[in-house]
Design a protein around this ligand. Structure first.
Ligand SMILES: Cc1cc2nc3c(=O)[nH]c(=O)nc-3n(C[C@H](O)[C@H](O)[C@H](O)COP(=O)(O)O)c2cc1C
Length: 203
């Protein structure tokens, strides 16, 4: 049995490839009948507020240096971090928006990447506190970036920033979601294979 946190961030609810693939992954896990528990959070449908002037300094301060009043202002951030810490496995669905992740997902990242809570500064620099927690990032992009990595800031960004807090990120990538049907279907088959492999590892 594993606790699985599922985060969605595509603004398309019906025709999203990342949502379709994440849903297939969840179905594969349910079919394993291992009693996995799922927590779903839809960052596009139910957005996380961006870090604004009321919390910007608080959220960058180690929690043990905050007053009770300041901590109340970051209650949402603490809830999101608790959800993340509680999960044994995290699934993140994301389309590519302007070469990067959707702002809905970035807003979540800004709330969970926190000094003293998910990373610390040690002798060797930044150190992640969620060491080794597995993440499957299910990505979809309109074009094919497999040979255009230098303009892909979606996949490397997620690998870097989630790695910074210690998460162990694997990917299932749907390239060319907006390409002609034949190419798109071959890409979808490849992404499905990655989903199946990831699910099999949890069996
Ligand atoms: C606001 C916006 C920006 C986008 N920017 C890019 C982009 O920079 N490169 C790209 O290949 N596709 C881009 N697309 C297309 C999406 O990446 C593609 O439709 C993808 O499948 C979206 O994920 P989804 O199917 O899970 O919704 C963009 C789509 C939107 C809505």
């Amino acid at each position: 049995m594993a606790k699985i946190l599922v985060l969605e961030s595509s603004a398309h609810l019906e025709k999203s490839f990342s949502r379709k693939l994440v849903a297939e992954f969840v179905e594969l896990l349910k079919a394993q009948n291992r009693g996995h528990e799922f927590v779903f959070r839809d960052l596009a449908h139910d957005p996380i507020p961006v870090v604004d002037s009321t919390i910007v300094d608080i959220i960058r301060t180690p929690p043990d240096k905050l007053t009770d009043e300041q901590r109340q202002k970051t209650a949402l951030s603490e809830q999101l971090i608790a959800e993340l810490k509680d999960a044994d496995y995290v699934v993140i669905g994301a389309g590519m928006y302007n070469r990067n992740v959707p702002a809905a997902l970035k807003a979540w990242i800004d709330q969970v990447v926190r000094i003293g809570m998910t990373f610390t500064v040690g002798e060797n620099g930044l150190e992640g506190l969620l060491k080794g927690k597995p993440v499957l990032a299910v990505l979809s992009r309109g074009g094919d970036y497999s040979e255009r990595e230098s303009i892909d800031w979606q996949k490397p960004y997620l690998e870097h920033i989630l790695g910074l807090i210690g998460l162990d990120v694997r990917f299932a990538v749907m390239e060319g979601a907006l390409m002609p049907e034949e190419k798109r279907d071959a890409n979808l088959a490849r992404a499905r294979e990655a989903i199946r492999e990831a699910a099999a590892k949890l069996a």
